[in-house]
Design a protein around this ligand. Structure first.
Ligand code: NAP
Length: 280
């Protein structure tokens, strides 16, 4: 039976480290402040935004909340971002995605000052990651690296297969694993013989958005399996992209859903906010 990689516990440790750092900065008269912008009232987005505000309160980060109407124009949103870019007391700017259809997400992300891009989605942040320069890293993949390191999983020289090539998970994940000296393969919907590709992995990272798709037949005996997917199953319970019951018998270590990758995303956002003071 695989060892469980406990994201809840590790994320709490990271949040407590951030709390200490925020308190030390406060003593020097430097307060950390995150501006969170939500456009419209999508219930899932409201839950995410509230969780981020709660995490800020726990850590001692000031949060400014902007709840804009669904009909807000792209120009109005970019104008607000420009004002926040100028404000010396604002360290991080986060625009909750997805945005309403009439707004171009790429244009909005590009409007954020890269020094305040705590989500790590700005092209400059992605480019910096690609060429190994300092910058913000997308929170979910950065959280997975922390999970692996803090669970003593050896990455250097290992064969890592990542299923998924999205801009927010798969691609930055591949760059981070490369930075850690893994030998990286990215699989996607056009990959030939996915099962055979996955079977070669020492570390298998699954971010495909397909509930319980990966069963034990995709996993090498003793592999480490990281499940990024989040879904609600027919009983309204959370599940991942990995069929936990069978894969946990084949793997040496595995992240559960819930309680694996999920809690790490907010913890890494908090870390980016606290670290932003040094970048600025
Ligand atoms: P996405 O943008 O939908 O990307 C999915 C990727 O999986 C695509 O690259 C797609 O390939 C690939 N894929 C889909 N079906 C496949 C198949 N049958 N075989 C091989 N590859 C396949 O998703 P995402 O935003 O990266 O998110 C992935 C999952 O992680 C979702 O369940 C999401 O909810 C979850 N997530 C969780 C967190 C967290 O905090 N835990 C954060 C972000 C996302 P193509 O490129 O060829 O289409």
């Amino acid at each position: 039976m695989a060892r469980i990689i406990d994201g809840k516990m590790i994320s709490t440790i990271i949040k407590d480290e951030c709390k200490e750092k925020a308190a030390a900065l406060k003593k020097q008269g430097r307060e950390v402040c995150l501006a969170v912008i939500q456009v419209g009232s999508d219930p899932a987005s409201s839950v995410y935004v509230n969780n981020k505000k709660k995490a800020c309160a726990y850590i001692g980060i000031n949060s400014l909340s902007y709840e804009l109407e669904e009909k807000t124009t792209q120009e109005e949103l970019i104008e607000l971002i420009a004002k926040l870019n100028e404000r010396k007391d604002v360290n991080g700017i986060l625009v909750q995605l997805p945005l309403p259809k009439h707004i171009d997400e790429n244009a909005v992300i590009k409007a954020i000052d890269p020094k305040k891009d705590v989500d790590g989605f700005h092209p400059q942040s992605v480019g910096a990651l690609c060429i190994g320069q300092p910058g913000f890293v997308s929170c979910t993949p950065a959280g997975i690296i922390e999970l692996l390191k803090r669970s003593d999983v050896d990455i250097c020289g290992k064969r890592c297969v990542i299923i998924g090539r999205s801009n927010i998970v798969g691609k930055p994940m591949a760059l981070l694993m490369l930075r850690e000296n893994a030998t990286v393969t990215i699989a996607h919907s056009k990959t030939d013989d996915l099962r055979e590709v996955c079977k070669r992995a020492d570390i298998l990272i699954v971010a495909m958005g397909k509930p319980k798709f990966i069963d034990a037949s995709y996993v090498k005996e003793g592999a480490v399996v990281i499940d990024v997917g989040i879904h609600r199953n027919e009983n309204n319970k959370l599940c991942g992209d990995v069929e936990f019951e069978s894969v946990s018998k084949q793997a040496s270590a595995i992240t559960p859903v819930p309680g694996g990758v999920g809690p790490m995303t907010i913890a890494m956002l908090m870390k980016n906010c606290v670290d932003s003071i040094e970048l600025q």
